[in-house]
Ligand binder design. Structure first.
Ligand code: ACO
Ligand code: KIV
Ligand code: MG
Length: 501
């Protein structure tokens, strides 16, 4: 049977220490309820002595949440513990998380103390907290840089004083995975009463190793992991919940399991990101926008043949409907064909090749190609076939305090015609040049330019209405260059006149 790893979520405490991420009580309750639904074992709800608002949040979360343990943080200070106990009054299961720094840096500089004095304060704090609650967690702050022999003395003493969980934080994110694993292993082997408590990891991400260190800790015997959604937290953040949980789920060989309903991961991640105004980086593991997006042809072809060629996690397992195939200039025919099929266009062989070449031209200009762009591409290819007059080349010279000048080459039934013209603007100059070639008596009645999708690299769509002998003809053009789109719209309308004649 798999061994259980307890998930201790500190999004509302360490996560909330991020500048600008503070939540009000109502928002914290919303996150706490989402964490309960997600299946975390412990919710660290705040540091009650720090402010009346944080105290109140711990009280209200305790009332709102039914089954996870609610934990409140304190220093190894009696007043902190008194206030935490008060805040936990309504918790169905309350835990006080008290502790003190055990590294030379903390003992000497922060606490201006000695190892023996710190050990005494640690034991006293645990005993004091025990007056209020059965479940007391002790943290040895900066354990990552603490001497293992001294750390083992502290851990043994706090367990003897009644600590049910002992937290071994890598507060500064300093350890390498093998060092952190060895630390946990050292404690497992050298603390005589270690079996009476659970060892916990609390790793920070200053060197990007928080998840690796936490997993290394678990492999070496820790059975609680302290995490935050999206890895938020002090400085570079904490170990991210989603990474730990999905690592354990993906590596069944570790024979470790959590209570997390992984299908809720994505929505909870979004909730935290939205409420805390903290965007998730696009390439963030598990929950980033690109975590299940494939954008290069070889990968896309592989994923379309079998998802597992390039995915180790089924996106549905974390609550994401499906992986996405993003069309870029690095995409191949397989991806284009697939996306067109989704839109209802079955293209094969030469036809697919033709659209693919147009697609590449567009993709070189535009970062990613959206559905609207594809519809235009397919329409363009079909349309060009029936067009007698085609735009072969165009060049427009323009600038501030300069009269725009356009040179246009048209292909009319296989023959090339060229004309130059100036105009009020680049579009006017280009259309005058076209008119010079065609000698058609037409009046431009309506001219509308629209961006089809979003950014400045998007396709511009032009609708034009022209009047010829009192009949109206509508032309349409789309291109990343609006002058080209305008000329194509004009030619489209002219072709319709020719078809009507
Ligand atoms: C690693 C972590 O994430 S720890 C949690 C970090 N979170 C927070 O600090 C947020 C909440 N903090 C606060 O609201 C305030 O800092 C308070 C209420 C705790 C204390 O405020 P103040 O009394 O004004 O003290 P201040 O913050 O300036 O300094 C901290 C004091 O606590 C001491 N201290 C720090 N950690 C501990 C500890 N674990 N146990 C005992 N004392 C400690 C420091 O040595 C310092 O004491 P000193 O003033 O005698 O030098
Ligand atoms: C308070 C403790 C657990 C902490 O956040 C840390 O050491 O990083
Ligand atoms: Mg921390």
């Amino acid at each position: 049977m798999a061994d259980r790893v307890y998930i201790f979520d500190t999004t509302l405490r360490d996560g909330e220490q991020v500048p600008g991420c503070q939540l009000n009580t109502v928002e914290k309750i919303e996150v706490a309820k989402a964490l309960q639904e997600l299946g975390v074992d412990v919710i660290e709800a705040g540091f009650p002595v720090s402010s009346p608002g944080d105290f109140n949040s711990v009280v209200e979360i305790s009332k709102a949440v039914t089954w996870p343990t609610i934990c409140a943080l304190t220093r190894a200070v009696e007043n902190d513990i008194d206030v935490a106990a008060q805040a936990l009054k309504y918790a169905k299961r309350g835990r006080i998380h008290t502790g003190i720094g055990t590294s030379p840096y903390h003992i000497k500089y922060k606490l201006n103390s000695t190892e023996d004095e710190v050990l005494e304060r640690a034991v006293a704090a645990v005993k004091y907290a025990k007056r209020y609650v059965e479940d007391v967690e002790f943290y040895a702050e900066d354990a990552g840089r603490s001497d293992n022999v001294y750390l083992a003395r502290v851990v043994e003493a706090v367990i003897a004083a009644g600590a049910t969980v002992v937290n071994i934080p890598d507060t500064t994110g300093y350890c390498l995975p093998h060092q952190f694993g060895e630390k946990i292993n050292f404690l497992m082997e050298n603390v005589s009463n270690v079996h009476k408590a659970i060892l916990s990891t609390h790793c920070h991400n200053d060197l990007g190793m928080a998840t690796a260190n936490s997993i290394s800790g678990v492999i070496n015997g820790a059975r609680q992991v302290e995490v935050t959604l999206n890895g938020i937290g002090e400085r570079a953040g904490n170990t991210s919940l989603e990474e730990v949980v999905m690592t354990l789920k993906s590596h069944q060989d570790l024979n470790l399991e959590t209570n997390i309903k992984t299908q809720n991961i994505y929505k909870t991640s979004r909730l935290v990101s939205t409420l805390m105004n903290m965007p998730v980086q696009a390439n963030k593991a598990i929950v980033g926008r690109n975590a299940f997006a494939h954008s290069s042809g070889i990968h896309q072809d592989g994923v379309l043949k079998n998802r597992e060629t390039y995915e180790i996690i089924d996106p549905e397992d974390v609550g994401i409907k499906e992986s996405s195939i993003v069309l870029t200039a690095r995409s191949g025919r397989a991806a284009l064909k697939h996306r067109l099929e989704v839109l209802g266009y079955i293209l094969e062989g030469e036809k697919l090749d033709e659209v693919y070449q147009e697609f590449l031209k567009l993709a070189d200009k535009k970062k990613d190609i959206k559905e609207d762009d594809l519809l235009v591409l397919v329409g363009e290819v079909e349309k060009t076939d029936s067009h007698r007059i085609k735009l072969q080349d165009i060049q427009v010279v323009m600038g501030k305090n300069m009269e725009p000048m356009a040179t246009v080459k048209l292909n009319i039934a296989g023959e090339i015609f060229k004309a130059c013209s100036n105009g009020n603007g680049p579009v006017d100059a280009a259309i005058k040049a076209v008119k010079e070639i065609l000698h058609k008596n037409v009046v431009l009645e309506e001219f509308l330019i629209q961006a089809i999708t979003r950014g400045s690299d998007d396709i511009g769509k032009v609708h034009m209405t022209i009047n010829h002998k009192d009949s109206f003809f509508h032309g349409f053009g789309a291109n990343t260059d609006i002058v080209i789109a305008s000329v194509e719209a004009f030619i489209d309308a002219i072709n319709k006149i020719a078809m009507a004649e």
